[in-house]
Design a protein around this ligand. Structure first.
Ligand code: UD1
Length: 417
């Protein structure tokens, strides 16, 4: 079982080129199922979640090749309509495949993704929306047996919460539907626009992605496409939090600064100097972070829930108390007990966590509880005095390519062993 060991309290300095966004590449790979042709996807990050998505594509009958960060998917022949249980378990977001497989094959059989480390994570919004578009869902024994033998028919869908995954699943189902689908109350995350851009380049007719009303005019079929995945804003937030915690200077390359606006606002309030120019962000941290009164996670364009944990680790060292209010997931604070092992002072009550800054952290032996919680432990260990050991790092491998190598280039004393 791999561990990350870090000798902390070293200032970080240098530059990092961001990977493609994990949360874009997964629905885009699902989208290739719709395409009776060849999709070439550039800037595809080497992550275990992306590998899991590729395994699903191969199981479905697609031919997939990977060269560097380019993945080529030939989905002219799709022969299966099921996702085996072990592949569903490898990646809970494989529910994205439901809309695409059922649209292409008229059927889909998936095991129910169930709960996860962030709380129950239901899929009721996905299922009720796909049902409104024509999917019949028979759920039993942990299996979703779905069919729409005559294909999907466009409809008006009103989402009661702007679920990212549900918005993406509806888009995937509706792209080749008969007629027009209108999603009211859609999620506005940049990854949704990226999915729409990919599908539009394959011949789809989607308008309004990135706003709360998405209109999908169904088209008969999609042909091959070439697309470059947008940079990963959560990876960016993680590196910025790390340097804000240790002190130092970092330049992020290949970033879309607008996607990070709420994170940059918080980092500026905490005393970091931030310079944005084109596709680069430079952060300089010369002093202990200042407290920020409240950070509330919200759907985009609000502060992203996925950046909450890495920034929480940074605020454990602030000059006062910072309150986090988590509005998206129920179980985001599992990492808190691990952060306390470094000497952090954090008090939680339901969706609220109060982080009372301390002057220094000490190295600790900890275990990742989830992907972004794992990133938070790395941030804390980089800033802590002494040696830390981080276990269960498979969580981190789901979302960060080359994290250890990048941090070592920034001057961290870090290795995987
Ligand atoms: C996606 C991201 C994840 C991010 C999250 C919120 C991917 C692969 N993952 O997850 O990193 O943290 O958006 O920005 O893109 N909900 C329901 N019923 C549903 C669907 C969702 O109640 O049918 C609830 C969830 O339990 C959660 C909230 O809505 O409390 C947000 O979920 P959602 O936006 O769907 O997140 P994901 O798409 O799972």
């Amino acid at each position: 079982m791999s561990l990350i060991t870090i000798n902390g309290a070293k200032k970080l300095k240098g530059s990092v080129r961001l990977q493609g966004a994990k949360n874009s590449v997964l629905p885009i790979l699902a989208g290739t199922v719709l395409i009776k042709g060849i999709s070439v996807i550039h800037n595809c990050p080497a992550l275990s979640d992306a590998t899991a998505a590729i395994k699903i594509l191969r199981h479905l009958g697609a031919t997939v090749s990977c060269e560097g960060h380019t993945v080529t998917v030939d989905s002219r022949e799709i022969t299966a309509f099921d996702i085996p249980d072990e592949l569903m378990r490898e990646m809970r977001s494989s529910i994205f495949f439901l809309g695409a497989i059922s649209a292409r094959m008229g059927r889909a059989v998936l095991s129910s993704p169930g709960g996860c480390e962030l709380g129950p994570r239901p899929i009721d919004l996905h299922l009720s929306a796909l049902n409104e578009l024509g999917l019949t869902i028979d759920e039993g024994g942990g299996v979703l047996n779905c069919s729409c033998p005559n294909g999907y028919t466009g409809a008006d869908i009103n989402l009661s919460f702007p679920s990212v995954g549900a918005t993406e699943n509806i888009i995937l189902a509706a792209v080749t539907a008969k007629g027009v689908t209108r999603i009211n109350g859609a999620a506005k995350e940049p990854e949704i626009s990226d999915l729409a851009d990919f599908l539009n380049s394959a011949g789809a007719n989607i308008h309004g992605a990135g706003s709360d009303t998405v209109i999908i005019n169904g088209v008969g079929s999609l042909s091959g496409a070439t697309h470059t995945v947008i940079p990963d804003r959560i990876e960016a937030a993680t590196y910025l939090a790390a340097v804000a915690a240790t002190g130092g200077k970092i330049e992020l390359l290949n970033v879309i600064p607008a996607h990070l606006a709420p994170v940059l606002t918080v980092l500026k309030q905490s005393g970091c100097e931030i310079n944005v120019s084109g596709k680069s962000i430079v952060l300089t941290a010369t002093a202990r972070p200042k407290r920020v009164p409240v950070i509330r996670t919200l759907p985009y364009p609000g502060f992203p829930t996925d950046a909450g944990s890495p920034l929480m680790a940074m605020f454990t060292l602030a000059d006062g108390s910072t309150m986090f209010v988590e509005n998206i997931f129920e179980n985001r604070y599992k990492v808190v007990d691990e952060l306390k092992r470094f000497g952090a002072k954090i008090y939680t009550n339901g969706r609220v966590a109060v982080v009372e800054g301390v002057k220094s952290l000490s190295g600790a032996t900890v275990q990742c509880t989830d992907l972004r919680g794992g990133a938070a432990l790395v941030v804390a260990a980089l800033a802590a005095n002494g040696t830390s050991e981080i276990g269960k790092i498979s969580h981190i491998d789901r979302g960060y390519e080359g994290l250890i190598e990048n941090l070592a280039l920034l001057g961290a004393d870090i290795k995987r062993c």
